[in-house]
Design a protein around this ligand. Structure first.
Ligand code: FPP
Length: 244
């Protein structure tokens, strides 16, 4: 019998390439983002089937406000639409939703939708889906430090980790970026200290189960050392090497 590959407990994804996917088809960029929602739906179900516990995706960055106004409003509408259309299915599939990011600049409709989706799925346990929306890694760290300072608590590693928007999940084991660029773009700066990085040339709307399996297979070949030597970690199975 073939040995079962270790599956990452937490996968994070920079879903890049929607715009190029649309432009190559002479479509507006928002059409690429719509297709991106379909790819995300597929990915959520594929993660559940493979036993991944946490999926974190970058849906809208703090810097994305600088995009053309019609693209920004298209992404906001898409979020409102996706909340209306997808939450019941996610609920049925046992997915718990969390939205990470600054909410004050969002419309009442989107803000209300996020809160409603979180409370409707709060008791689900099959997969945690973190959607980073109006999110930046530097914002998250600065926000956590400000919260600790306001409470008069020490600004140290343990305190900061606990004050992060992502404090409810372990750090990502595997970070995937689609779309061919090899950068982090202000995503999860604190949490990816020891994540394995995987870059795919595939544009996000075309990211499918086979691409996910390729990323997981690549991850399974990595030796995670967390600062130790190869000799120290060689006897420890990968499942026990995950960050707590
Ligand atoms: C980056 O591709 C992608 C985004 C800025 C948005 C990602 C959003 C989704 C996949 C849809 C889910 C989100 C919502 C709002 C429900 P890009 O536009 O930078 O692509 P490019 O590099 O080809 O231009």
């Amino acid at each position: 019998m073939a040995a079962k590959l270790p599956v990452p407990c937490h996968i994070a994804i920079v879903m890049d390439g929607n715009g190029r996917w649309a432009t190559r088809r002479l479509l507006p960029r928002v059409a690429g983002h719509k297709q991106g929602v379909d790819a995300l739906r597929r990915c959520v179900h594929a993660c559940i089937e493979r036993g991944v516990g946490v999926l974190t995706v970058f849906a809208f960055s703090s810097e994305n406000w600088q995009r053309p106004a019609d693209e920004v409003s298209g992404l906001m509408e898409l979020m409102a639409m996706a909340l209306g259309r997808e939450v019941a299915q996610l609920q049925k599939a046992g997915v718990r939703l969390h939205f990470i990011g600054e909410r004050t600049r969002l419309s009442d409709k989107v803000r209300g939708g996020l809160a409603q989706a979180e409370s409707a799925t709060a008791h689900n346990t099959r997969l945690v889906l973190n959607v980073c929306f109006n999110y930046g890694g530097r914002w998250e760290i600065a926000h956590a430090a400000a919260a600790l300072a306001a409470r008069g608590e020490p600004i140290d590693e343990v305190g900061l980790s606990r004050a992060m928007g992502m404090a409810h999940v372990p750090d990502p084991d595997l970070l995937i970026r689609t779309g061919g660029e090899k950068r982090i773009s202000n995503f999860l700066l604190w949490q990816i200290a020891y994540s394995e990085l995987y870059f795919s040339d595939v544009l996000w709307p075309e990211f499918d189960e086979a691409e996910l399996d390729a990323a997981i297979a690549d991850y399974a070949r990595r030796e995670r050392r967390f600062g130790q030597t190869s000799q120290q970690v060689v006897a420890i199975p990968i499942a026990e090497k995950r960050t707590a």
